[in-house]
Design a protein around this ligand. Structure first.
Ligand code: SAH
Length: 236
């Protein structure tokens, strides 16, 4: 945790907060902080700055906070992610939030197991927990928007065209296509497949919607590795 994310409900006066739970545990166990120490803090969807610990116990801690810095620029990237299994979903959400992606669409695909859509990790609360971990890692405050699209075809045909306006569409697929472009100066919508990959029909539907097929070489990467590698090539 490189930044402690605060919620408006944490404030007990204009410039001081009281924290319990996960944040307190982290500060005690990992930072081993003491009264008088300064921590990096940020208010969710707002400014960042510093907090000085004024009181610390096993029950709660209080900090005086000063918020004046802007969060880093978001990445001009929307990610369409075929819904991964819960363990990978958690990691992928954290990675995407850390990288600065602000719009994530979890998409159904033929090779997504139906049971993944029943996962408790898809509740808004659980998704936000992972996003907050990613933001705290990156030192960012703005929560990405996460949309769930449980039907591939209606999404691609009816809602994707509007989402694509003014953006370049790229579908990451290990076979065919061209090498992932470098340093694009455009907004991008990037589609990443499930563990089993997109089926040919899905790649074709995305191509019909204006996506270009791109690859990162012959090695098959995990979803979160693929997204990280592609992002760093696109927005060096
Ligand atoms: N077994 C699948 C691989 C799936 S990997 C197959 O052979 O197609 C999961 C997703 O990560 C892929 O659908 C793709 O979007 C992305 N990915 C992984 N490795 C990649 C590579 N070398 N190039 C482009 N995309 C890749």
């Amino acid at each position: 945790m490189n930044l402690l994310l605060l919620n408006p409900s944490d404030f007990i006066s204009e410039n001081s907060v009281r924290l319990t739970g996960r944040a307190l545990k982290h500060v005690l166990d990992v930072h081993r902080a003491e009264v008088g120490d300064t921590l990096r803090v940020g208010l969710i969807n707002d400014l960042m700055g510093e907090g000085v610990i004024t009181s610390l116990s096993k029950e709660f801690m209080e900090l005086d906070v000063a918020l004046s810095e802007q969060a880093p620029e978001p990445l001009p990237l929307t990610v369409l992610l075929a819904l991964p299994r819960p363990k990978m979903l958690k990691r992928s959400l954290q990675h995407l939030a850390t990288l600065g992606v602000k719009k994530i669409i979890l998409l159904n695909s033929y090779r997504v197991e139906k049971s993944f859509w029943q996962s408790p990790w898809l509740s808004e609360e659980k998704i936000n927990e992972q996003l907050v971990l990613g933001l705290e890692q990156a030192r960012d405050t703005f929560l990405p928007e996460v949309i769930q699209e449980k039907r591939f075809k209606p999404f691609v045909e009816d809602r994707l065209p509007e989402l694509m306006e003014g953006k370049q569409g790229l579908v990451a697929h290990p076979v065919g296509g061209s090498s992932c472009p470098h340093q694009v100066n455009e907004k991008v919508v990037l589609a990443i497949g499930p563990e089993g990959g997109f089926i040919p029909y899905e790649v074709e539907k995305l191509e019909e919607a204006g996506f270009d097929r791109i690859h990162l070489g012959a090695r098959i990467l995990r979803v979160e590795t693929a997204v990280t590698a592609i992002t760093s090539k696109l927005f060096d």
